[in-house]
Design a protein around this ligand. Structure first.
Ligand SMILES: *Cc1c(COP(=O)(O)O)cnc(C)c1O
Length: 237
């Protein structure tokens, strides 16, 4: 048997199955299937496997590390103009320049210093990636994201103080809790701030997230198979 991480066949059938479930979840929720963007989360996935899912028509991908994305995507982007890349992992201020240059959407805006750096870099490069604010709905200390109570003020500051149009909110619910409370909270925060987009739902719960109004679901394992355990920082150049 082939290692699932390196087998384009696994990704092709995973993608088909996820598209199918997504379509059915939209139908159950009375929503148009194109009201939900499927972001294929491709962290740790190799370029040959990505070529397979690109050939199968998947154009939207999510990466959680700028460094890894820089190794994989610039050449693919030159080849396939319609690709859309989302940054879904924490962003250090010192990586803002390459992030703005590479990504079409940055989903992890979560603090004033980052908003300020993004505003400056977007002006400098003349690029305007779409921006989502990440909300730490479970108030987990190890997780990125702004606290729910501070979200209204942060959205307002992004708009007025930093001149950043915010498209929506993103959350990663605590692994050990039922996710629906977090989806509801994120939807409430978005509604009262006039934000149209909700990035929520992963392999285990994207159908539930769609029922709660997700406009973007971020699915990795269900498409590409299980990932190797996270590498330590020293394993990377
Ligand atoms: C890895 C990751 C995902 C995908 O998780 P799966 O359970 O593999 O679908 C979604 N969102 C973020 C922020 C991630 O880092």
């Amino acid at each position: 048997m082939q290692d699932p991480e390196t087998d384009p066949q696994v990704a092709a059938s995973g993608l088909a199955a996820v598209r199918d479930s997504l379509g059915r979840a939209c139908a159950r929720a009375g929503r148009a299937p194109d009201s939900v963007t499927l972001i294929a989360v491709s962290k740790t996935v190799s370029v040959p496997v990505l070529r397979g899912t690109i050939a199968a028509g998947q154009r939207v991908y999510g990466e959680n590390r700028v460094q890894e994305a820089l190794l994989k995507w610039p050449s693919l982007r030159e080849e396939f103009a319609s690709l859309q890349l989302h940054l879904i992992g924490p962003l250090q201020t010192n990586k803002v320049r390459p992030a703005v240059a590479l990504f079409d959407c940055i989903q992890c805006v979560d603090r004033p210093s980052l908003a300020e750096a993004l505003a400056r870099e977007c002006d400098k490069q003349g690029r305007r990636p779409e921006l989502f604010i990440q909300v730490n709905t479970g108030l987990e200390p190890q997780k990125a994201g702004i606290a729910p109570d501070n979200t209204d003020a942060f959205v307002a500051a992004c708009r007025t103080r930093y001149g950043l149009p915010i498209r929506g909110l993103m959350c990663i619910p605590p692994a050990e809790q039922p996710p629906h409370m977090h989806f509801q909270l994120l939807a409430r925060l978005a509604a009262r701030n006039g934000l149209a987009s909700l990035s929520m739902g992963m392999s285990a719960d994207f159908e539930l997230a769609i029922a709660h109004g997700a406009t973007h679901v971020r699915v990795g394992t269900a498409i590409f198979g299980a990932r190797p355990p996270p590498a330590r920082p020293t394993d990377h150049a």
